[in-house]
Design a binder for this molecule. Structure first.
Ligand SMILES: *Cc1c(COP(=O)(O)O)cnc(C)c1O
Length: 465
């Protein structure tokens, strides 16, 4: 039977259909920064898969019967039961976002000068480590450096480097080992159960806490069932439980695989650590039975956490992203392989070879997808990850010029994704027409959210200036 979205649509929201002159005006007004666009200017929004999922009827029904009691609300106990069933951790603290879980855990666990190791830190995770005067070090596996290979688990941590660091002179500085599943900063690639097991054993041997950054735990589990021998006959829920069992706890933004619009969880095995976290939780987020969330959020997340591991849903979601990757490839646009689930990462550097890194080919492709079809996505290349001087001139380019098309959960149909592919094909049919960009207003902090740019038209010889 062919794969179909295993749900039908009961509530609809119109999407804006715009003309190219309208989009040109909107983008110019936005300072050629896609973060400055308004929702009503965007036809297909692939900026983020965070907090953008569609709620199920069951979630909305749960919201209506939620309990908004200040302390001890029924909603909290339903949330706690859903998280405990999935993770097996005894102590469960709700928080308003993943970054709050990071701040609370790191403040309770780390001393200034300590080292945190991770396959790849998500940007807020890194920021929260550094805010405490600690060092956040990425140890991606060597396979991650090759964007085109079909290695199944490019999200893995480099176990040899991890073992060496723990055994070496810096070993006593390591305060925490994290594993990000799936590896968001590393192209949304999964981490294997074998890699999680080896990491868990090393952490136990050296007495270092091992915590999962589990925003996309269900998508990681699905890819394990598809790619790792020995797990093919397991359900994604069983695999997720086995993954949680290997760690001392997790932080999970539930705006992703919790299918919530807001919310996250910090779940821990260690009682003493959980007690320290709980004090900070009460002081900075809210009482331990709501943690800055409404009862309705807790109830919707409890249901989302059950729906997210349904194999039919995960199969259809993975197939949607793979289908988009295949259509882009057929149009001559490469993406990071093997294709993950939550996003497609287009190789803009390879498509727009006439644009050098300081003309930001990734940003140029993202802008062009908006101009050609009202699609919003985000650059992950030299604009975001390169190093600039104080005038905004690029000094060190990023290793790759990528564009991320994030796919919100249960929001767009296959026909929407095929429209996105048609727009990609249209841009790819004449790539040298795409202008580069230069920075006109650089922001020292959070450049990619705040800067303003302008197009630099290609010269008549097709060379970028
Ligand atoms: C989104 C995300 C976070 C932060 O969560 P928020 O809910 O956005 O604060 C942390 N780690 C990973 C891997 C994420 O994807």
């Amino acid at each position: 039977m062919p794969l179909i979205e295993p749900y039908r649509i009961k509530v609809v929201e119109p999407i804006p259909i715009t003309t190219r002159p309208e989009r040109q005006r909107a983008l110019a007004d936005a300072g050629y920064n896609l973060f400055n666009l308004r929702a009503e200017e965007v036809t297909i929004d692939l900026l983020s898969d965070s907090g953008t999922g569609a709620l199920s009827a069951a979630q909305q029904a749960a919201a209506v019967s939620a309990d908004e009691t200040y302390a001890g609300a029924r909603s909290f106990y339903r949330f706690r039961e859903a998280v405990a069933d999935l993770t097996g951790y005894p102590r469960i603290l709700p928080v308003h976002q993943g970054r709050a879980a990071e701040r609370i855990l790191f403040t309770s666990l780390l001393e200034p000068g300590q080292l945190v190791l991770n396959n790849t830190h998500f940007d807020t995770t890194r920021a929260n480590v550094e805010l405490l005067g600690c060092e956040a070090r990425d140890l991606p596996c060597p396979e991650a450096a090759d964007l085109d290979s079909s290695e199944p688990f490019k999200g893995n941590i480099n176990v040899a480097a991890l073992a060496k660091t723990l055994a070496g002179p810096e070993g006593n500085r390591v305060g925490l080992v994290l594993m990000t599943i799936t590896n968001n900063g590393g192209g949304g690639q999964p981490v294997s159960m074998a890699n999680l097991t080896e990491t868990s054993e090393l952490c136990q041997r050296y007495g270092v806490p091992f915590i999962l950054d589990a925003a996309r735990f269900a998508e990681n589990a699905w890819l394990v069932t598809q790619r790792e021998p020995g797990y093919r006959h397991r359900t994604p829920r069983e695999v997720a439980r086995l993954a949680f069992a290997l760690a001392d706890g997790c932080m999970a933004s539930l705006k992703k695989d919790g299918i919530g619009h807001i919310g996250a969880v910090l779940a821990l095995r260690n009682e003493a650590l959980a007690n320290r976290c709980e004090m900070l939780l009460i002081a900075t987020e809210g009482f331990r039975t709501y943690g800055g969330l409404a009862g309705r959020d807790l109830d919707m997340l409890a249901i989302g956490l059950r729906e997210i591991t349904e194999p039919e849903y995960l199969a259809a979601r993975a197939a949607g992203t793979a289908h988009l990757a295949d259509l882009a490839a057929a149009a001559g646009v490469d993406s990071v392989r093997p294709t993950g689930i939550h996003a497609l990462y287009l190789n803009a550097g390879r498509l727009l070879t006439h644009l050098p890194p300081h003309r930001y080919p990734g940003h140029a492709l993202a802008c062009e997808l908006f101009l050609a079809g009202g699609i919003r996505c985000v650059e992950l290349g030299s604009l975001y990850l390169g190093k600039q001087d104080e005038h905004g001139t690029l000094i060190t380019p990023a290793p790759y010029e990528l564009v991320r098309l994030a796919i919100p959960r249960r929001v767009y149909t296959q026909s929407h994704l095929e429209y996105v592919a048609e727009v990609i094909a249209e841009v790819a049919s004449n790539p040298t027409r795409v202008p580069g960009y230069q920075m006109v207003e650089a922001s020292p902090l959070l450049r990619h959210f705040n800067s303003r740019l302008e197009p630099v038209p290609a010269s008549p010889t097709g060379q970028a200036r």
